[in-house]
Write a new protein. Sequence first.
Lengths: 115, 114
Amino acid sequence: GESVGLHLPTLSVQEGDNSIINCAYSNSASDYFIWYKQESGKGPQFIIDIRSNMDKRQGQRVTVLLNKTVKHLSLQIAATQPGDSAVYFCAENYAGGTSYGKLTFGQGTILTVHP
Amino acid sequence: NAGVTQTPKFRILKIGQSMTLQCAQDMNHNYMYWYRQDPGMGLKLIYYSVGAGITDKGEVPNGYNVSRSTTEDFPLRLELAAPSQTSVYFCASSYSGAAHNEQFFGPGTRLTVL
């Protein structure tokens, strides 16, 4: 079936480095791709999203890149800080028909930032 | 605004017991969702609602029931708890079901069935 998955389950970086978290998706009909951050003991928190007709979108210290040719999504975090340590999930949303905002989540990548 | 609130935070059930997980939001959102998150995995949709009185099944609805009598509340009912329902449960809400509408998540309920 359709799925969203991640290449790397864990990522360790030094404070100040840039981080790149990757995600592969299989539903070429998905309309939006979203990155969520989940800190320990908390619910997921929206970071940034990108529409399928875009290939890049920037936020504050974060950039999402979408490569539809190879069905690949990445989240880049600039100048990573210890507070960025969390699990990062990509999710996809197919808006066709009656999708009603239903999200399909990937497995998640654990990002650990060392001071 | 309190956002999305969930109670209880933790619960241990015996096999066959029943319970209701509470979820409330004060953002006047029409859409609400229940997800479960198993260890090391992403979230899977259990049920969702597009407004008061309207609910529908998600990806993993078996063993659960929901109701939506008000815009604010979306309780999740487990009738006969099974060990396979040990998980962390998250409730979320959004203003609409449009793909670009952000979903806001509650803090979760950690459920263990023994």
